[in-house]
Design a protein around this ligand. Sequence first.
Ligand SMILES: NC(=O)C1=CN([C@@H]2O[C@H](COP(=O)(O)OP(=O)(O)OC[C@H]3O[C@@H](n4cnc5c(N)ncnc54)[C@H](OP(=O)(O)O)[C@@H]3O)[C@@H](O)[C@H]2O)C=CC1
Ligand SMILES: O=C(CO)COP(=O)(O)O
Length: 299
Amino acid sequence: MTKKPTIAVIGAGKWGQALHFALSQKQETLITSRTPRDIKNFTDLQTALNCDYLIIAIPAQQLKSWLKENFVFKNQKVLVASKGIEASTGEFLNEIYADYVPSSNIGFISGPSFAAEVIQGLPCALVLNSTSKKLYQEFKPFFPSFIKTYYSTDVIGAEVAGAYKNVLAIASGICEGLNLGKNAQASLISRGLVEMQRFGKNFGAKKSSFIGLSGAGDLFLTASSPMSRNYRVGLGLAKDKKLDEILEELGEVAEGVKTSEAIYKLSKEYNIYTPIANEVKLILEGKSPQDSLKDLLNS
Ligand SMILES: NC(=O)C1=CN([C@@H]2O[C@H](COP(=O)(O)OP(=O)(O)OC[C@H]3O[C@@H](n4cnc5c(N)ncnc54)[C@H](OP(=O)(O)O)[C@@H]3O)[C@@H](O)[C@H]2O)C=CC1
Ligand SMILES: O=C(CO)COP(=O)(O)O
């Protein structure tokens, strides 16, 4: 008799818990995290790492050290749920994972998906991006009927879109907080979409990923709703709050903050025109949003 496959979510923040809820509709799904929690099927890290299938929902900036300290490859199939670019090195997450998991065993989740809605079982559509269609076909049956899954091979496109939209959501929150109006916000979001596509193209991303769920889908979601943590960072910056204070109040990760540094670094290195992301990075460092607005209008 063949053994039933085992699956675990690693990282019990908002997204990890929502994915755990979703996957638990179809099969017993384990969950683990740095801080123990009173959640059904919560387990220790070693038990989770021994599962056949893993979904890893650890913030992008913590990933490298977490993998180094904890991860041992035992032929597990991995789905990455994080959205960000490592700020200190400018590395994409697929590059960081490449030291631990072969490309045949790894996929990246993208698309519009607020954890708060997924954990209520509300419908959504996600893209599972992997060079291996077999990996997609193995993960697909784990997802419940309220989540429609699509397959794409464009790993870098999904990664850039998921990371970049967080920075643009900060910009959009600033726009809202400054009461610049819906015309300005729509212009910002659509130029942001062009900008992220230009950035992605430099790294080999496909255009189609940016006009689909991973790009436009996730950007429209997060850049238009205070449900987004990144958008709320922008609202706070527009009200002249200090970044530390905003992040403390948030109490959850806002990946766009560090990802704006990574984009700034990469855009300088590769000479890519990324005006909106650059202004977000400068505002986070103290530039006045009004000065950024002037500079964007005149660039
Ligand atoms: N929330 C959402 O709607 C969505 C989030 N994402 C992405 O998923 C990722 C996680 O987000 P989310 O769950 O919402 O964030 P949260 O802030 O809710 O949770 C992050 C979790 O990461 C864990 N963590 C933090 N630092 C470390 C570390 N050094 N080692 C191990 N674990 C650590 C913490 O675990 P502990 O509490 O146990 O210490 C914490 O619960 C992000 O990249 C985000 O962009 C993607 C789609 C949707
Ligand atoms: O990625 C998300 C939804 O798809 C969540 O966005 P925030 O991290 O800004 O809340």
